[in-house]
Design a protein around this ligand. Structure first.
Ligand SMILES: CC(C)(COP(=O)(O)OP(=O)(O)OC[C@H]1O[C@@H](n2cnc3c(N)ncnc32)[C@H](O)[C@@H]1OP(=O)(O)O)[C@@H](O)C(=O)NCCC(=O)NCCS
Length: 150
């Protein structure tokens, strides 16, 4: 059975674009399976940056005066709707955290783009902070993520 998270743009991305993005090296796609034919969930990772001026002053004042900070972007995250509520979203999120932490390429923060308020509240439950007030781009410093694995 085909993957279906219930959000058509995400389903379409997974069906038609994820493979191309991976081949062109613009995003890596990681797929969760139970060994069966149908994926249970997926997420993508790519590099991005956050302008120093966008970060809260309390964080920015402790950083070097570079115009922007490197970050890891969780571009997409979705769980098949038949498998919702079984903590697979959390499993995928922590798998993505772990990859970002283990990478030899330094990033200051982990960034997500929430597609709606429900997605934003999923991320804020894991202490993500909106970059702009009420905005849908959220971030979490890698130092905070490292503490979750300590
Ligand atoms: C968001 C999504 C990935 C969550 O996956 P899931 O496997 O159902 O979630 P989990 O079982 O891991 O839930 C973990 C926690 O997040 C909460 N949560 C799950 N989905 C949520 C949502 N849409 N909004 C707010 N909180 C949510 C759960 O209640 C749980 O909280 P708890 O610890 O208090 O019980 C999934 O609902 C999905 O694929 N949605 C469609 C695509 C989407 O919105 N992606 C988000 C990126 S744009």
């Amino acid at each position: 059975m085909a993957f279906e998270c219930g959000v058509e743009p995400l389903d379409r991305y997974f069906r038609t674009q994820a493979g191309q993005d991976a081949r062109k090296r613009v995003a890596s796609c990681f797929v969760l399976t139970d060994g069966g034919a149908s994926p249970l969930g997926f997420y993508t990772l790519a590099a991005t940056s956050i302008a120093l001026a966008e970060l809260p002053h309390t964080l920015a004042r402790r950083l070097p005066r570079y115009p922007s900070m490197p970050a890891t972007l969780l571009g997409r995250l979705a769980v098949d709707r038949r498998y919702r509520g079984r903590r697979l979203g959390e499993l995928l999120l922590f798998d993505a955290f772990s990859r970002a932490l283990r990478s030899e390429v330094a990033t200051y923060a982990f960034v997500v783009d929430a597609k709606d308020d429900a997605a934003a509240s999923f991320y804020t439950a894991y202490r993500f902070i909106p970059l702009t007030e009420g905005g849908r781009r959220l971030f979490l410093p890698m130092a905070e993520i490292a503490k979750l694995f300590a």
